[in-house]
Design a protein around this ligand. Sequence first.
Ligand SMILES: [Zn+2]
Ligand SMILES: [Zn+2]
Length: 293
Amino acid sequence: MTDKILLYYKFQPVADPDAVRLWQRDLCEGLGLTGRIIVSPHGINGTVGGDIRACKTYAKKTREYFHGMEFKWSEGSAADFPKLSVKAREEIVAFGAPDELRVDEHGVVGGGAYLTPQQVNELVAANPEAVLFDGRNAREAEIGRFKGAVVPDVETTHDFIAELDSGKYDWMKDKPVISYCTGGIRCEVLSSLMVNRGFKEVYQLDGGIVRYGEQFGNSGLWEGSLYVFDDRMHTEFGAPDDPDYVQLGHCVHCGAPTNQFYNCANEPACRRQYLSCEACREANPYCKECAER
Ligand SMILES: [Zn+2]
Ligand SMILES: [Zn+2]
């Protein structure tokens, strides 16, 4: 039995998110798939894992409602997602702007123009004014980001609106801004919020860092590791000993280079994820704040 993981999202109007939630839950249960799925009036966002034939059936059935949805197939197993969680929420990505986001049958209305990885390279090479704008949480960028990227000071996606409204980024409103995130979903929303706030030339990296890495590995504008939301915590492009790979993260305790995040051992009181080298983790399994207390 071969297991696979499916990653996917689609922005399209969903008239009855709760009905879609129930249908998706039954579909996954019937196929023995586990994972996380969120349905909102704007669409669907999910990661499910399980037997490859079950995944194929799931993709086919789900496309009957979410027409033309692209599924990203990834190595992995249902064991990476011990449970099935299917929820109906106000947003498929929690920006805290459910009433601002507009979606029609073509997707998000008024978002940034899509750029392929190649087009990102070309735009950056042709225009020194172009700004790469990290659409993820600042923590994710600690271990990997595009060269010279602007990394907003956000702990969660929810912080973006206040951050954009703070005026800190007004200097880029007349410049070409290329937003990017892991797989592209966050920039679908973020780029539209930027357009709404007067950023005049907004782009988004189609397929996100994942697609960029598949195409250019460590040889392009990307530096470091990619933060991922499963037990691995990070992944790299290219071979483990790729000479082009740059380790950007540092252990919070001793400063040694590392790309490994850990959950603070003081959980659930502390929910921080922090960077640590292996030696410090063994000696002191706490984040800096908890270790100093
Ligand atoms: Zn250390
Ligand atoms: Zn802690």
